[in-house]
Design a protein around this ligand. Structure first.
Ligand code: GLN
Length: 193
């Protein structure tokens, strides 16, 4: 499986390590031509969504990524990546790719003390570790969006067709269940194509 990892800012190297350890081939997406090859999946890493959104536009990645996601490319978005996908951002007029019909809140746990670790249920995976770093959470979802993880009553994981978006950073923990689930989704999608 060939997995594109958006590599303009943020925690992309950690995702690449995990995916390669699972046998996937990773390509860093830094410029428009990187998107001309056939990808089986795309990872949008954590980092700073305002910076990433700006770079997506400046580097002319925005339209191609949006179209490919809308055309069914499997995508795993973590933290800032979740914000990039969301159709609405609470308290912010800016939206980015807007392919995921949810309302997200940035820095939902506060800016300073917003980092913590917990373990919680993820649909189909049981209890998994979850590391949150100035994380967003989802305030509301539209029809068709499946809530796959909640912590303290807040939505921290959703799936909408080919899109998985989570508030936490699975690439920072040893547990590889999220990446395995995503890779299985990419395989299934490639087979069906
Ligand atoms: N606070 C960041 C943002 O709003 C997200 C943090 C993260 O990706 N770890 O974009």
């Amino acid at each position: 499986m060939k997995i594109g990892v958006l590599a303009v800012q943020g925690a992309f190297a950690e995702h690449i390590k995990v995916m390669e350890s699972l046998g996937a081939q990773c390509v860093e997406i830094r410029q428009e031509k990187d998107l001309d090859q056939k990808l089986d999946g795309l990872i949008l890493p954590g980092g700073e969504s305002t910076v990433q959104g700006k770079l997506l536009r400046e580097l002319h990645l925005f339209d191609k990524i949006k179209t490919q996601i809308e055309d069914g490319l499997p995508v795993l978005a973590t933290c800032a990546g979740m914000i990039l996908l969301s159709e609405k951002i609470a308290d912010d007029d800016t939206v980015h790719l807007a392919t995921l019909p949810v309302t997200v809140r940035r820095n939902a746990y506060g800016r300073q003390l917003g980092s913590f670790y917990t373990e919680a249920d993820f649909d189909g995976l049981g209890k998994i570790p979850m590391t949150f770093i100035r994380a967003p959470y989802i305030e509301s979802v539209e029809a068709g969006v499946k809530v796959v993880a909640q912590v303290d009553g807040n939505i921290v994981g959703v799936q909408y067709g080919n899109q998985i978006a989570i508030s936490f950073h699975p690439e920072l923990d040893k547990n590889q269940a999220i990446h395995q689930k995503f890779l299985a989704m990419c395989r299934k999608n490639a087979k069906a194509a």
